[in-house]
Design a protein. Sequence first.
Length: 146
Amino acid sequence: MDMDKLKQWMELAQKLEKGDFWKSIFDTGDEPASGGMEASKPSRYPAYDLYEREEENWVVLELPGLSKDDVELTLSGNELTVRGIAKPPLNNAVPLHKERFSGPFERTVPLPQLGEQSPVHARFERGLLILNYERMRRKEEQIQIE
């Protein structure tokens, strides 16, 4: 038997024996929310989707319970940074169980095909921050072979 294959099987058996085999298989990289009093900040908060439609790109960020006054947007090059503070829904209340995130957050989103002169439009709608911008397009041109 090949020694490399035997070594791989031994490492796999050790992982299975320690109990972290299935954790390594199903690990998504997200920090789990605590079932106790505090929920930790998800590593990818806020979640976003990127869409292409006709000549525009669209970014949809999930920000439940927030308003436009709770969020700050900055654009540097082709990177959009979203910052803000997610406030708890109830003031002066002691949580018995907490899964929803509250506190400061920041996430940088790459904006593909953003032209230098493309304005980025943003609006809030039902807990979603929706942005769109015109994609950079090159005109068809002949390329000379040297």
